[in-house]
Ligand binder design. Structure first.
Ligand code: AMP
Ligand code: TRP
Length: 328
């Protein structure tokens, strides 16, 4: 069967993956493997834009690869590799930087956010973060990019750069489209911020049952509901939102929502139910991950083999780009 097109996505090696990563991105990485040629990248060079201490980079890369494979990303179906193992991306990054207006980069909301987060480390690489991301995508001629909602401004930027490059040098690059899951922005345990590691408001896919219970107990529910006897608002409760996703019986969340509204179930009781359902739902992931972790060398072999395949695609595109630009 002919594939529908090519998918590319990347994620920074942040170590163990959390529910936000899975529900916003990895779930689609796995699904798209069936119908598309998929290329998935651990973007270690992107990670450098925010790191001064790189001591954990290798371990975090490994932990992330374990979670990816345990979640069902399959090296038989997809190319899975480490960004820095394909040096062509850095050369394309430079070529694309020549068609990138400075002001477009400084105005990006994602850049402004980073400047707030790391005021003492606003480096040149950080400004070029979206250019490197555009280079990732176009290097593999991907037409489809599964990511979480926070990445939408970067995708829009990529599309603009592709149009600019093609206008100047001919139709060489492909303008990619974003693909979101049905849950493109998962809120953290605090109920107000996006789930992520930096705010420590996350639950890891491979978390132990005790850890899952402990973290769920800290979740913020409806802030207006002070006592169990107060009626709650399930539509704004993050426990309700996440439980709906992981509850094995689809009729249960609606029942709990009703009980919450008429104050016949308390938040603590609901959290306990959610914790047990989540533990059940994540058990297969934890088991597969443990099996994979028994052979660390296999993980590195998979990543090496992926880079080998990725370099072939990359050198072809880079050659076309250099020729189009007119480099002698
Ligand atoms: P990061 O770990 O921030 O590098 O993100 C890796 C991928 O997961 C990206 O596609 C993000 O958009 C996605 N992602 C991260 N956190 C969340 C979240 N809380 N909700 C939805 N998607 C997320
Ligand atoms: N910027 C993405 C993130 O923070 C990671 C990334 C790098 C990426 N290159 C990419 C995502 C190319 C999709 C396509 O999650």
């Amino acid at each position: 069967m002919d594939k529908k097109g090519r998918v590319f996505s990347g994620a920074r090696p942040t170590g163990r993956q959390h529910l936000g990563n899975y529900l916003g991105a990895v779930k689609n990485y796995v699904k798209l493997q069936e119908d598309y040629e998929c290329v998935y990248c651990i973007v270690d060079l992107h990670a450098l834009t925010s790191l001064t201490d790189t001591a954990n980079l290798r371990q975090n890369t490994y932990e992330m690869a374990l979670d990816w494979l345990a979640a069902g990303m399959d090296p038989e179906k997809s190319i899975i590799f480490i960004q820095s193992h394909v040096p062509q991306v850095t050369e394309l990054h430079l070529l694309l930087s020549m068609v990138t207006p400075m002001g477009r980069l400084t105005r990006l909301p994602t850049f402004k956010e980073k400047v707030r987060q790391q005021p003492d480390n606003v480096n040149y690489g950080l400004l070029g973060y979206p250019v490197l991301m555009a280079a990732d995508i176009v290097l593999y001629k991907a037409d489809t990019v599964p990511v979480g909602e926070d990445q939408a401004p970067h995708l829009e930027f990529t599309r603009e750069i592709v149009r600019r490059f093609n206008n100047l040098y001919g139709e060489v690059l492909i303008e990619p489209k974003i693909v979101l899951t049905e849950t493109p922005r998962i809120m953290g345990l605090d109920g107000v911020n996006k789930m992520g590691k930096s705010l420590d408001n996350h639950i890891e896919l491979a978390a132990e049952p005790a850890e899952i219970r402990r973290r769920i107990m800290t979740m913020v529910t409806d802030p207006q509901r002070k006592f169990k006897t107060d009626p709650g608002r399930p539509e704004i409760c993050n426990v309700q939102t996440l439980h709906k996703i992981f509850c094995p019986d689809p009729t249960v969340p609606a029942q709990i929502a009703e009980q919450c509204r008429n104050a016949t179930i308390g938040c603590v009781q609901h959290k306990k139910m959610f914790a047990e359902d989540l533990i059940q739902a994540l058990a297969p992931h934890r088991e597969r991950r443990a099996e994979l972790a028994a052979h660390p060398e296999r993980i590195w072999e998979i990543l090496d083999a992926g880079a080998e395949r990725a370099r072939k695609l990359a050198s072809e595109t880079l050659r076309e780009c250099k020729e189009a630009v007119g480099l002698p």
